[in-house]
Design a binder for this molecule. Structure first.
Ligand SMILES: [Zn+2]
Length: 329
């Protein structure tokens, strides 16, 4: 098993390498022509020497280390002698020489956001079709909600106010377990339109990690809390960005990702005429915005705010920066 920031990577090492190969390919970079899976290692075409075009795989990744389970993910090439961690190798493949920082971010972004939830009683019977009203969840009990009703300073660090924490029932779960690793989290109850809690989105306090229960059909976050007379609504990807809009006096919802057909249906039905797209300023965000306009452009007035600073999202903006965002049709 691979680890990143001491968290288990929720995919096999082979899946990680395949995803890496696919994303490099999508960027016009051909690497990892061949794989050979061994007992405790995977051999692959070395991405370093011969400009990454080695025929016979001679570079290996250590995938199991019984003596020291956390010490896997080491890469070594028997031909050119390259030695690195998998994070460093990923960085290198994407053109970064940054002691593996980019590689770590890449692993977190691709393999830690959606993961296994060990609460067996949480989400049963997903069998019903997408687009149908509320699949048969067992709702989260008031008892469990109550267990998380604490304030943690991280909430204020992310600019949440007491009023917003109360309104959205933001909580703190200090004992959340993910594959035997304890990860203190901020909890955001996701409610259906009647206010029943379907599941939690968790944001780790010490790591850049969002967690959703596996296999849930994500509804639009914030529909229940939306004021009945809302005239315009900001559409964000993440919960924290949506709540930041409220802190700055604007109504918002979050798609908990880049948008699904089920969510477009929900937003189509909503008696709100103006949607303001506020997706993250990256390629996923741009695609999300295109898809959204295609799905709802006929029914709603859609404008878009564009954050010029690529590394930022709504939560990073000051009130002035937020209010002065340029709107585009
Ligand atoms: Zn090599």
């Amino acid at each position: 098993m691979l680890f990143v920031n001491n968290l288990p990577v929720l995919a096999t090492p082979f899946e990680v390498l395949q995803e890496l190969k696919a994303q490099l390919h999508a960027n016009g970079i051909e690497r990892f022509a061949e794989f050979k899976i061994g007992v405790n290692n995977i051999q692959f075409s070395c991405p370093i020497h011969k400009d990454g075009q080695e025929r016979r795989p001679s570079c290996g990744l250590l995938t199991e280390n019984p003596k020291d389970p956390h010490n896997t993910g080491l890469v070594h090439c028997f031909t050119c002698g390259y030695s690195a961690t998998i994070e460093e190798m990923i960085s290198h493949c994407f053109g970064y020489d940054d002691i593996g920082n980019y590689g770590r971010e890449w692993l977190v972004k691709n393999f830690l956001t959606i993961s296994v939830e060990y609460r067996k009683d949480l989400a049963l019977n997903f069998a019903r079709k997408l687009g149908q009203e509320a699949c048969a969840y067992e709702y989260i009990s008031e008892y469990e909600l109550n267990r998380y009703r604490y304030i943690h300073s991280y909430m204020y660090k992310r600019k949440l106010t007491d009023e917003i924490i109360e309104k959205f029932d933001v909580g703190y779960d200090k004992d959340f377990m993910l594959k035997d690793v304890r990860i203190p989290c901020i909890t955001f109850p996701v409610r259906d339109e009647q206010g029943r809690t379907l599941f939690f989105v968790r944001r780790a306090i010490h790591q850049k990690l969002f967690h959703y229960p596996e296999g849930v059909n994500k509804p639009v976050y914030g529909l229940y809390e939306l004021p009945k007379d809302a005239k315009e609504v900001y559409i964000c990807e993440s919960v924290i960005n949506a709540l930041t809009c409220y802190v700055y006096g604007k109504c918002a919802v979050a798609l908990l990702g880049t948008g699904t057909d089920f969510q477009y249906e929900q937003l189509k039905r909503l008696p709100v005429r103006n949607y303001i797209l506020a997706f993250d300023p990256d390629s996923a965000g741009r695609k999300a915005s295109e898809r959204f306009k295609k799905a709802l452009g006929k029914y709603k007035i859609i404008t878009e705010v564009v954050i010029e600073d690529k590394g930022k999202d709504i939560n990073d903006l000051s009130y002035e920066e937020f209010i002065n965002l340029k709107k585009y049709f």
